[in-house]
Design a protein around this ligand. Structure first.
Ligand SMILES: *Cc1c(COP(=O)(O)O)cnc(C)c1O
Length: 464
């Protein structure tokens, strides 16, 4: 008999372990299927070690299988989606969930999610209602629209607009606006999937109103203006004004649709972006934008415009597939209340972080550095000048001046520090600039400074 088979006999069978009282208790907590799955994996691992002749490993595995199983089950039960500290200075960080919700929005989501609500019920009339009224009423005063529709994201908003007004017809877009946002959103692809044909107008750098006019015809479904969210064309450029485009669309009897992207409701200092109200005031029929970029709310696509056009979009069967859940509407409602009351720059994380001055960020960085230095003397800290970014396809050329905390370790490289921070609990995402680890406190909330300090002390070598 081989040594491996001999060692294997030290291991109980899965069935035997399942009979133990403490394992039965785990089953009641985690469910039988999960317990069996994790236990099999543990026993399998121990058998591999037995086959390799690792007696010590097999003996210790056999001795504390239930305890190991409990630990494994706790790990398996842990949430997959976890909070992360964003120390990158990229405010609307798409990979990190874009906008953080303010506590009052999160509380409103919890309230609505855990009860029945008047989602589609008109309490005054005692009759069936519209889920859109909740956002619409506020958007009327906030951006001066007649009606609104809310869908899953801005990509869905553009898709729905194109499909509603231009299915089987042409959409006129300037060649300078055939943009790609974040890989999977490309204007030509969205138009195709919306059932429309793209009619390219003008050139990459110069497009005139005459180019639109000559492309216009009986096949035209709509004119689309797309905000170049994540790039700028500079130099020898020309583009018709919004009002010229609107006049042309109206002359031809087709809607003028603008994909604004970032969804700025009030001007923010230092950000050169068109607000939703400006676009509507310019006569644009349908404006689309994201809920979780500069608006600072939940992931959503907002569409505003006249009642007839918005009504046509709601009547499109595709709307049913793109509409949002009550949780999104609850969060959006709370966020719009904050905009209405003029508290956005103070109480909404995204606008607040974007409008924090360099002095404010520097002051926090200095106080934080002093605190870290005391706790982790092995780190070399310095405050240096740098830039934050709006991110999320907004104001691509705006370099927001910031103060960075540069962190160096006597032994560990910047790459090593970044990795250890990222693998920590909670994970901290930071960046490397000029070969050094840098932290931008602009995107770190004051109440996250404790966990960030603890994370730095850990990577410094546990000297705190
Ligand atoms: C961000 C953006 C989109 C995509 O919006 P999502 O909400 O991410 O779907 C589309 N168009 C423009 C101009 C954008 O800036």
């Amino acid at each position: 008999m081989s040594a491996g088979a001999d060692l294997r006999r030290l291991l109980p069978s899965v069935e035997q372990v399942l009979q133990r009282t403490e394992v039965r208790a785990l089953e009641a907590r985690h469910g039988r299927a999960v317990v069996v799955r994790e236990l099999r994996a543990l026993v399998e691992d121990a058998r591999t070690r037995a086959a390799a002749g690792d007696r010590a490993a097999v003996e210790s595995a056999a001795a504390d299988l239930p305890a190991r199983l409990a630990a494994r089950l706790d790990r398996a039960r842990a949430a997959s989606l976890v909070p992360v500290v964003n120390a990158t200075g990229v405010v609307v960080h798409t990979n990190l969930g874009r906008s953080r919700l303010p506590p009052e929005a999160a509380e409103q989501v919890a309230r609505i999610a855990t009860s029945y609500s008047n989602l589609e019920f008109d309490l005054a009339a005692g009759d069936r209602g519209q889920r859109e009224v909740h956002a619409e009423t506020r958007l009327r005063t906030l951006v001066g629209t007649e009606a609104a529709v809310v869908v899953n994201n801005n990509a869905a908003a553009v898709l729905l607009a194109v499909n509603t007004f231009a299915e089987g017809r042409e959409v006129l877009v300037s060649r300078s606006e055939l943009v790609e946002i974040g890989g999977s959103f490309r204007i030509p692809d969205v138009l195709r999937k919306g059932g429309a044909r793209l009619r390219e107008v003008g050139t990459t750098n110069r497009t005139r109103i005459a180019d639109y006019r000559s492309a216009l015809g009986p096949e035209t479904g709509l004119i689309l203006k797309v905000h170049p969210s994540n790039f700028r064309i500079v130099g020898f450029t020309e583009a018709p004004s919004r009002s010229e485009l609107v006049a042309l669309a109206h002359e031809a009897g087709v809607p003028m649709v603008e994909d604004l992207g970032s969804g700025l409701l009030e001007p923010l200092a230092g950000l050169d972006e068109t607000t939703v109200a400006e676009s509507l005031r310019g006569g644009v029929d349908v404006v689309t934008f994201s809920g979780d970029k500069l608006l600072g709310g939940p992931q959503a696509g907002l569409v505003v415009g006249g009642s007839a056009r918005i009504g046509a979009m709601r009547a499109n069967p595709l709307y049913r597939a793109l509409r949002v859940d009550k949780m999104t509407l609850a969060a959006l409602d709370a966020v719009l209340v904050i905009h209405e009351s003029g508290r956005a720059a103070a109480d909404l994380p995204t606008p607040r972080m974007l409008s924090a001055s360099v002095d404010e960020v520097r002051g926090r960085a200095q106080a934080f550095a002093a605190r870290i230095q005391a706790a982790a003397p092995s780190l070399t800290l310095a405050i240096v000048e740098g830039t934050s970014a709006a991110g999320g396809g907004a104001a691509p050329t705006a370099e927001i001046p910031t103060a960075l905390l540069r962190v160096a370790h006597g032994v560990k490289s910047a790459q090593q520090l970044v990795e250890e921070l990222r693998r920590g609990d909670p994970p901290v995402v930071a960046r490397i600039a000029d070969g050094a680890l840098v932290l931008d406190l602009r995107t770190v909330a004051p109440d996250e400074e404790d966990v960030l300090a603890a994370a730095l002390a850990r990577v410094a070598g546990g000297d705190a």
